[in-house]
Structures are given as C-alpha cells and as structure tokens.
Design a binder for this molecule. Structure first.
Ligand code: 2AM
Ligand code: CA
Length: 268
C-alpha cells in the first residue's frame, strides 16, 4: 500500500478536529459525577471512550486495514503494517478537574517507524502536526525547538509518578536537582503537550517514565521533526514501548541523560 503522507496528514487533521469539537463540548458540560476509575489515580469518563470511538471510525475509513492501538480500546493489539496509535484524551485528570489543558494524540506507525503525528490541544485550539521528513507545524506554521544551549537557562517539563510509587524518593531527588540546575520545572499533566511544547521551543526538555505509547508516539515525532532529540533514559531508542522518555532541543539532551543516569537506582 502506497500512501501520500501530506495528504493523509490533512485528512487526519480533519478527523482530529472533529473529535476535538466533541471533546470541547463535553468539557464545557462535564460534571465530576461522570468520572470513572480504571484503578487508583487512573481516571477516565465516557468522553475518553466516545472520543476514541469517533477517531477509530474516522481513521478506519482513511486507511482501511490499518491496526489500531488506543488507550481505551481493550482489544487493542491489532498491529498491522500501518497502525494508528491513539490517545483520545491525554490529560484526563486535568479534564475531569476542569483544567483546560488536555490533548488528542494521534500517530501512525508504519512497521516500526512513526511516520505521522498530531497533537491537538483542544481548548487552546493549537494543532501540532508532523510527518516523517516533512518538518513540524503549529496551526500550519513551521515550528522549531528552542536554541537555548544550557540547562541552567532551560525550562523542563515532567510528570509525577502515579502508580508504583516505590521510586518516589529517587524521583523527588531528581526533581530537587533539576529545580536547582534549570530555570524550573513545569508539570502540564499531559505528556503529549509537554512534548509539543519542546517542539515549539516553549520548553527546552522533558522527561518522564511509566508512560504508554499513545502518550508519546505523536509528540515524539513532532519533536524530532522540529529539530529536537528523543531517547530513552540510556540514550537509546526504546522510548515508545520502553516507558522511559527524554526529549529536548538537542543542546541539553546529554545534560538530561547525565542527570537521570546519576539516579541509577530509579531507572533500573
Ligand atoms: P492520560 O491523561 O492519557 O492518562 C501525565 O504526566 C501523563 O501521564 C499524561 O500523559 C497521562 O495520560 C499519563 N498518565 C496518567 N495516568 C497514568 C497511569 N496510571 N499510567 C501511566 N500514565 C498515566
Ligand atoms: Ca488518555
């Protein structure tokens, strides 16, 4: 199957915007009584499920036969030559608390390579997009990572561990170090948004562990296409399924790796 990535990206953007419209309306009418739990601190609602359903239907028509890995879809193992990797709402905890910072994340994987990615920050109406080799855009305008060269002048995104809090002490040591070594830390509550903020130069770097492929697949490609670097904690490429990710403008990548390596017990 031969596809044109720029054409497919345009079509995917339309599908994502339509799903965004649904999520935006749902956000404006949402009540905390509608929250459900997959586990402790693991929230979701009908909005996650229905947004994913909407996307699944639309994306299915764009690329018949493609696999689909979505956060909410239980039988999600249908990996194919082409596979969609979808988080219908990244930042669900923000969503259910009425914090307007959440995103729809859609990536397309061909074989083992992510070739297309969209992160749509719904309430801010900011659509970040990239396809392999085509650069990265925000609402259609080209974006680049920041030119800042030193950690001391960098703003760093991260997320706090939610489950398996056994490594919390190590994590807090890392945060304490990073706070002193940089301009500060931001915790957006959406890894997809953290990543695209690196891509457009609002953040210099980002690190987190315990994330799933649907949280990072699209954002990681967008960072790379904006001139940045993405790796696992050891500097390798296992950031999609490996549950460890560092992303940066490239200039501070080694600094971030060094700092995280120094917390070796944590990265295991
Ligand atoms: P979500 O909103 O789609 O659940 C916040 O630091 C990031 O961690 C978000 O991308 C969030 O994705 C993700 N996240 C939230 N709960 C999680 C959990 N229980 N396990 C792994 N990742 C989680
Ligand atoms: Ca989600």
């Amino acid at each position: 199957m031969t596809i044109s990535l720029p054409t497919l990206l345009n079509q995917t953007e339309l599908a994502v915007k339509e799903a965004g419209e649904f999520a935006r309306n749902a956000f404006q009418n949402f009540s905390r009584q509608q929250v459900e739990y997959k586990g402790k601190n693991d929230l979701f609602s009908y909005v996650d499920v229905q947004t994913e359903q909407l996307l699944k239907e639309k994306l299915g028509t764009l690329l018949p036969g493609a696999g689909f890995i979505g956060e909410e879809t239980a039988d999600a193992q249908a990996i194919n030559d082409y596979t969609w990797i979808v988080d219908p709402i990244d930042g669900t905890t923000n969503f259910v608390h009425g914090i307007p910072m959440f995103a729809i994340s859609v990536a397309l994987r061909q074989g083992t390579e992510v070739v297309l990615g969209i992160v749509y920050e719904v309430i801010g109406d900011e659509l970040f997009a990239a396809y392999k080799g085509g650069g990265a855009t925000l609402n259609g305008e080209a974006i680049q990572v920041s030119e800042c060269k030193v950690l001391a002048e960098s703003l760093i995104g991260t997320g706090f561990p939610k489950k398996g809090l056994s490594s919390l002490d190590e994590y807090l040591k890392l945060v304490a170090y990073m706070l002193a070594a940089s301009h500060g830390i931001r915790r957006m509550g959406s890894a997809a948004i953290d990543l695209v903020y690196v891509a457009c130069g609002r953040l210099e770097g980002f690190f987190e562990w315990g994330l799933n492929p649907w949280d990072v697949a699209a954002g990681a490609l967008i960072v790379q296409e904006a001139g940045g670097i993405v790796s696992d904690f050891k500097g390798g490429n296992d950031y999609l399924f490996g549950k460890q990710i560092i992303a940066s403008n490239g200039h501070i990548q080694e600094d971030l790796e060094e700092v995280i390596k120094a917390n070796e017990r944590m990265i295991g």
